[in-house]
Design a protein around this ligand. Structure first.
Ligand SMILES: [Zn+2]
Length: 377
């Protein structure tokens, strides 16, 4: 009897507790969860002649094997952005590597497979196949289902893009310092976005009017093979951030340069000076190395304020090796300082893994420390 009484009391207590809890819930609803988003960015996707040969198949081209090992790292973020440093002018001109790039469209299929969503196209090779090449590059990228900015067939399409993801509206813009001395078609400056702080300021303002809440600006700039930003980069970075950009995604030097956090009017912003090559046939020191930068962004449901909560990076290296007399390329992810399993990477040594990891880490974290990317459990 006593046991039954105790049990009944316990049940009643539980019921009272639940009722109390429900009352509390009614009086103060829990705050809605913040919107979260992870963006990944990579540097230059280059297509030199030997890479094209490597991707040649019986019926055409297939470059997916370049990205097989980094595919999980590029497809897991909510949005991945890459800089395409070549043109897709089609077969009316022969395919070519340096100095005037014209690549098979299948490079886009490989980027899609890898997990890339957004392509920036303003760089010193944008004009390699002239106006026709720019227009075909634009239409082909769009046709393959990417979002893109940087070069365009019309003044209206030149302006940046706004992408809504997880309740956050991101704005993307892309500009280049020059076009290798190849003049852009007369009277058509919209074909290639050139760096011009006054124009960038206006573009950012317009993008915000269209609803962009967080603005990422891709800048193709700097001195080739220099691992330190030059005065032009420093000055331009400040101007672009002061104009309202939140993050600068830098590339062109073919090597990495530091990432810096800066405070502009009380807001923390980020300059990624150079991510280097993501894939290329270059072999000068450090040009085989690259980096994937991850930006974790959070939007407070109440204040609507957006914050960059974490910046992390993953070092990568291009491993070039011979298979049946043919050159093969693969981007190797280096998630750990100590060499991991080398089986999947023919000819790639423990020494090269660890040296590359150290080279990349020392440059990226030159002015402040950033963690190496760790996949979410
Ligand atoms: Zn470049």
């Amino acid at each position: 009897m006593l046991v039954l009484f105790l049990l009944l009391s316990a049940c009643q207590l539980v019921q009272i507790d639940q009722a109390d809890e429900q009352k509390q819930k009614k009086s103060s609803p829990p705050p809605p969860p913040p919107s979260k988003l992870t963006i990944a960015a990579i540097g230059d996707v280059m297509m030199h002649e030997p890479q094209m040969k490597s991707g040649k198949t019986k019926n055409g081209y297939d470059f997916r094997k370049f990205f097989k090992n980094v595919q999980p790292y590029l497809s897991s973020p909510d949005l991945t952005v890459a800089n395409l440093e070549t043109t897709l002018a089609g077969t009316s001109k022969p395919y070519s590597g340096f100095p005037r790039f014209n690549s098979p469209d299948q490079i886009l299929d490989a980027l899609k497979y890898a997990g890339v969503d957004v392509i920036t196209t303003a760089n010193n090779h944008s004009n390699d196949t002239g106006e026709k090449g720019i227009i075909r590059t634009f239409t082909t990228i769009k046709k393959k289902g990417f979002m893109m900015t940087g070069t365009a067939p019309t003044p209206e399409q030149r302006k940046g893009i706004v992408i809504e993801k997880n309740g956050i509206k991101l704005g993307f813009l892309s500009y280049t310092e020059h076009t290798n001395g190849l003049p852009v078609a007369k009277g058509k400056p919209y074909l290639v976005n050139l760096i011009n702080p006054a124009k960038i300021t206006k573009d950012i303002k317009e993008l915000k009017q269209q609803g962009a809440e967080y603005v990422l600006v891709s800048l193709h700039w700097g001195t080739e093979y220099q691992r330190t930003p030059n005065p032009f980069q420093k000055k331009t970075a400040t101007q672009v951030l002061q104009a309202g950009a939140d993050v600068i995604l830098g590339h062109h030097p073919h090597v990495q340069q530091q990432i810096e956090k800066v405070n502009i009017n009380g807001q923390e912003k980020l300059i990624i000076y150079s991510m280097g090559n993501f894939i290329s046939n270059q072999s000068d020191p450090y040009t085989d190395q690259g980096v994937i930068v991850y930006l974790d962004i959070m939007k407070d449901a109440k204040t609507k304020k957006i914050k960059l909560t974490k910046t992390s990076f993953l070092p990568t290296v291009v491993n070039k090796y011979k298979k049946s007399g043919k050159s093969e390329y693969q981007v190797v992810p280096l998630p750990t300082k100590k060499a991991g399993n080398l089986k999947a990477y023919p000819g790639f040594t423990k020494k090269r893994w660890e040296k590359s990891w150290n080279d990349i880490n020392s440059i990226i974290t030159k002015t402040e420390s950033f963690p190496v990317f760790a996949p979410k459990p």
